[in-house]
Design a protein around this ligand. Structure first.
Ligand code: ADP
Length: 553
């Protein structure tokens, strides 16, 4: 029997149209050197129409790629909405990638137009001659004449345009096309740890369903004021932009002001109620809030993800600032939301905290399974460990290949899938009620003798020590055991704790055989382009003898 339901495609243009109509008076606030700049969702709707007309004028009449090289701000939101809604494909470039990687991902996606923030224009102008498929550059904000001249000098470029001038000349409504919901809406590249970054292409349908899950799982509503610290070029800012439009939450966009002090000012001045960022951002902010009285009374919940949240960070926010830190897990390949750690109803005390510290309960629309080292599924018993595999409507089923991918890249990409499931590369356990506890990334697990040591467990234990600001643990070669942990530690200001003291402390927290022999104090843990601990760099520094390694008795 067929249903009697209408078939209407799930499109980004619906999010755009309903968001800007039903929540017309909600706002997007962009932080600037001179304080906040405000735009209502009604204006975002008008600008989206104008931007779409402008792009048509620049030759975007099909599924051409439109790239962005931008911070989180109102104009980036307009691009997020307008580009997919008109049938083109948005590629938000990670401005922090190495130049060679930016060149690779832009050429691989094949963008025709790029939108650029003026604050990034000067460094970008050096890359532009290498971005071979681009024809037009749209600059958001004023730039000096010499930077404009440098952009115009790129031989393939037909025009450099000013955002305001370009949009002002356009009609204020657009007839958004009815697209196939399975058409591409946007794309993101993973930061390649080996070889070139891999492209993931999202559809209107995947984005739409993901947005509904994000809104539901994170409990967003009209009246919320969400501080989107997680960049729009990192895994779609975890879905916050579309979710905000869908539910009518206002967005507070930090632009390039990502340090703790301006973030604290935004929270106070803009009465922020929630937000999302990687642990390192919340760690910096905590230090600032502890020292500088700030009114954070409106801030109820902050979402942390991207890497494991140290339990000590969660507790500190809870106890000292009455702010709930909500732990979530996901990946670029998963749009990105996979799980959120809302403790089961009725749990209290230690049990409540145990759930909160997991990566969370798998989102209801997704399927998950754990695969052990022998390739067999392991049970959801909260103990058995395996690699997590997932599938569902917003999980990628392959990587984008424009025909130039090498045989090796194809083989590498194919190895990420297992009979229709995405191999996440994350290792952990699942409880019978679907709470995921990650112990490590497969490539970061330390294989000591026949046993596995979780680098994350050691880091969390170390970061629970009051004298430790940050700690990162990596596996290093060891003659006897194959691999052993090396602990790299950033001391808190004024602390004089030594390796012997930390070794003793760690011995009281984890099994004795897991305690590292090798210790190094460093000024800062190196971070990746999206602010995660960069263990590749630490392993390399160790291999090259760049670390001052101690082996206390
Ligand atoms: P990148 O590969 O550049 O880090 P992603 O943001 O897509 O880009 O990374 C996804 C990975 O980040 C996951 O596979 C997982 O290893 C890690 N991750 C994300 N959220 C968490 C979390 N809450 N706890 C532990 N690891 C996490």
């Amino acid at each position: 029997m067929k249903s009697t339901m209408q078939e209407s495609p799930l499109l980004i243009s619906r999010i755009l149209q309903s968001g800007t109509l039903l929540h017309a008076d909600q706002e997007v606030v962009t932080w600037t050197a001179d304080g906040p700049r405000r735009t209502s969702y009604a204006e975002v709707g008008t600008q989206s129409a104008q931007f779409a007309h402008a792009l048509r004028g620049l030759g975007v009449d099909g599924d051409q790629r439109v790239a962005t090289f931008m911070w989180n701000n109102a104009e980036h939101l307009v691009a997020y909405l307008a580009v997919p809604s008109m049938g083109a494909v948005l590629q938000a470039l990670n401005i922090r990638l190495f130049p060679e990687q930016i060149i690779y991902v832009t050429n691989h996606a094949g963008g025709r137009v790029i939108v650029l923030d003026n604050s990034l224009a000067a460094p970008f102008s050096k890359l532009l001659p290498h971005l071979l498929t681009l024809r037009h550059v749209i600059v958001n904000g004023p730039i000096p004449d010499e930077v404009r001249a440098a952009l115009e000098a790129a031989p393939q470029i037909e025009g450099v345009h000013d955002w305001d001038t370009l949009l002002a000349a356009q009609p204020t409504t657009f007839d958004w096309p009815v697209l196939d919901e399975n058409d591409a809406s946007s794309m993101c590249y993973t930061s390649g740890t080996t070889g070139n970054p891999k492209g993931v292409v999202y559809s209107h349908r995947s984005n739409y369903l993901h947005t509904m899950q994000v809104s539901m799982s994170l409990g967003f509503n009209q009246g919320d004021r969400l501080l989107a610290v997680v960049p729009m070029f990192h895994a779609n800012a975890w879905g916050l932009p579309y979710a905000a439009l869908m539910v009518g939450a206002s967005l507070i966009m930090p632009d390039r002001f990502l340090q703790a002090e301006p973030l604290a000012k935004m929270i106070e001045a803009e009465k922020v109620t929630g937000g999302g960022a990687v642990p390192t951002i919340w760690t910096d902010l905590l230090r600032y809030l502890d020292e500088h009285p700030t009114d954070t009374s409106t801030l109820r919940t902050v979402i942390v993800g991207g890497s494991a949240c140290p339990p000590s960070l969660m507790k500190a926010y809870d106890e000292r600032h009455n702010i709930e830190v909500l732990h979530a897990w996901g990946m670029t390949e998963m749009s990105p939301l996979g799980s959120v750690a809302v403790a089961p109803a009725g749990t209290t005390g230690d049990e409540h905290w145990r759930y909160r510290q997991t990566q969370g309960r798998i989102a209801s629309t997704l399927e998950a399974r754990l695969v052990g080292p022998d390739g067999a599924e392991v049970p959801w018993d909260g103990e058995s460990v395996g690699e997590l595999e997932v599938r569902g409507p917003w999980i990628t089923g392959s990587y984008y290949d424009n025909g130039t991918n090498s045989e090796a890249e194809r083989a590498d990409a194919a190895a990420k899938f297992d009979d229709g499931w995405l191999r996440t590369g994350d290792v952990g356990s699942l409880t019978p009620d679907g709470f995921l506890q990650l112990t490590d990334r497969a490539k970061d697990v330390i294989k000591s003798g026949g046993e596995w040591i979780s680098s994350v467990d050691l880091e969390n234990a170390l970061m629970g020590h009051p004298d430790v600001l940050e700690a990162s643990v990596v596996g290093v070669p060891d003659e006897k055991w194959g691999e052993r942990p090396l602990a790299t530690v950033v001391r808190a200001a004024d602390s004089t704790i030594d390796a012997a003291g930390l070794k003793e402390y760690l011995g009281s927290k984890v099994a004795g055989w897991q305690v590292p022999e090798r210790w190094a104090f460093i000024d800062e843990v190196p971070k990746t382009s999206v602010g995660k601990f960069d263990k590749k760099v630490l392993r390399k520094r160790y291999a090259e003898g760049d670390l001052n390694v101690e082996t206390p008795a």
